[in-house]
Ligand binder design. Structure first.
Ligand SMILES: Cc1cc2nc3c(=O)[nH]c(=O)nc-3n(C[C@H](O)[C@H](O)[C@H](O)COP(=O)(O)OP(=O)(O)OC[C@H]3O[C@@H](n4cnc5c(N)ncnc54)[C@H](O)[C@@H]3O)c2cc1C
Length: 446
């Protein structure tokens, strides 16, 4: 080994989740070492422009963006029915931002709080002692290194570089997210758009596509689709040509992958935690993961700090991260993930019908979904939806098959949410809980 490092916490990955976590741990007074395989100043360049909800800056105590980081502020976005006859306005303010600048700002906060960020430093393997994770080994330039800490945090994004190297009996699942459970997101940045085309923020949910603002008066035409970039670009072209033809000129393209998979049933084990995309903490209704990753990172930092103060980073001491995450955002996202594929599989005519009847695709519902990550359904609202859908089936405007799928997905989503709200307070009851969770997800039964 050419180098040896020691810290209280090692964070693998200096993206949004890892940098935010490192900042929080540095503020709490711990020695934090962040290992980043790429050049930290260039992270986010493959995406370039992204969206972040304005309200989350206050929630996570991050100063609002200014200068080169902030391209636009969008107070209203439109969500379009497939026939383009209805564009639901959604009053919910988003910032359109430059991702590399934002990540650099978060890294700056982490560094000011005392964290060390090592760029060009790849974690290759795990270090174990008596079966317990005690650090990692890796490569920095031509040299190899060993880094030891009481907690290793996986913030390595979709790769989940630490979690997927854990042993089968470690207490966390070590699967990789398969291509069919990923969203391949393809972006086209266009300029010189002639008059008559959309402006501002526009979602085309049926196609999982969007037309948003880019630099200046330019636009980003984006889509997210499973399986591969080839499939996603093909769908992008079909959607663009059908709705807009070939407006303006393409400046450049961007692409990246995000997980669209349930999180591991446990996010912790002895000396280990997972946050951000590595923990599949993405919003089920959009795949976005920056602010929802902050939710995980903030809880993880509070729990890690408490455990380190006690001098015990065991699975039991880190367990409150699981309970706090899965009793809150985790339960809502699990329910959304179970429900939304049924919505995504609806036919065009069905989605047009839902838009016309203001069901799920209403302005108020979209706003609530952005704000609270779920749409509250009192009995009166549910009954109203049921009756309108039935009337749609009877009059041939809504498919009977779609209704059946929709209802069974809703039922399953409800059960999944209830199960996550009952996530066990202690690891002793976890095996039983995980067995039932796997059954509800349709993964395993015995
Ligand atoms: C095209 C596109 C558009 C998107 N738009 C939005 C949006 O508008 N709003 C939004 O909220 N979300 C958006 N997302 C999702 C969002 O980008 C991710 O959810 C978020 O960046 C995840 O952050 P993270 O820190 O968990 O992981 P990442 O940003 O993936 O960071 C992980 C880091 O770990 C490093 N790493 C990996 N393996 C190792 C290793 N072995 N050793 C050392 N380092 C390693 C990687 O180099 C990387 O820098 C978009 C995603 C894509 C692909």
């Amino acid at each position: 080994m050419n180098e040896t490092y020691r810290a209280d916490v090692i964070v693998v990955g200096a993206g949004t989740a890892g940098s935010y976590f490192a900042w929080q741990m540095g503020k709490a007074g711990f020695k934090v070492l962040v290992l980043e395989a790429a050049d930290p100043t260039k992270l986010g360049s493959h995406i370039e422009i992204f969206h972040m909800d304005k309200i989350r800056f206050d929630e996570f105590h991050i100063p609002h963006p200014t200068g080169e980081e902030l391209l636009h502020t969008e107070d209203v976005g439109y969500t379009w029915s497939p026939d383009l006859k209805i564009g639901q306005p959604v009053d919910y303010t988003f910032y359109v931002m430059h991702l590399p600048s934002f990540i650099r700002r978060l890294q700056g906060y982490a560094a000011q709080a005392g964290a060390t960020i090592l760029g060009g430093t790849r974690m290759d393997e795990l270090l174990r002692q008596d079966g317990r994770l005690v650090g990692v080994t890796g490569t920095r330039g031509d040299a190899s290194f060993e880094a030891r800490a009481r907690i290793v945090v996986d913030a390595s994004g979709l790769d989940a570089a630490v979690r997927t190297r854990m042993s089968d009996d470690s207490g966390v699942e070590n699967w990789k997210v398969p291509p069919e459970k990923c969203l391949y997101v393809c972006l086209e940045l266009r300029d010189d758009i002639p008059p008559g085309f959309p402006r501002g923020s526009n979602s085309y949910l049926f196609h999982k596509a969007f037309w948003n603002r880019s630099w200046g008066e330019g636009a980003i035409l984006g889509i997210g689709q499973p399986n591969s970039f080839d499939c996603a670009w093909k769908k992008h072209k079909e959607w663009r040509e059908e709705y807009f033809g070939n407006p303006g000129r393409v400046l450049r393209t961007r692409q990246g992958t995000i997980p669209y998979h349930r999180p591991p049933f446990s996010l912790v084990t002895d000396g280990f935690m997972a946050i951000g995309d590595a923990a599949c903490q993405n919003k089920p209704f959009s795949g976005e993961g920056v602010t929802s990753g902050f939710t995980g990172a903030l809880i993880a930092a509070e729990v890690a700090a408490e455990a380190l103060r006690k001098g015990d980073a065991s699975r039991a001491e880190l367990w409150p991260y699981n309970t706090r995450y899965f009793h809150g955002q985790g339960a809502k996202f699990a329910s959304g993930l179970a429900q939304l594929p049924a919505v995504a599989e609806l036919g065009r005519a069905d989605v047009d019908f839902l838009f016309r009847r203001n069901i799920i695709f209403s302005s108020a519902d979209f706003e609530e979904l952005n704000r609270n990550y779920e749409i509250s359904m009192g009995f009166a609202k549910l009954a109203g939806i049921g009756l309108t859908l039935l009337a749609g089936v009877v009059t041939g405007k809504f498919g009977g098959k779609a209704l059946k799928k929709f209802l069974s997905a809703s039922l399953r989503a409800g059960k999944i949410k209830t199960h996550y709200l009952a996530f066990p307070e202690s690891p002793e009851d976890f095996t039983e809980w995980a067995r039932e969770a796997a059954r509800l997800w349709g993964e395993w039964s015995s």
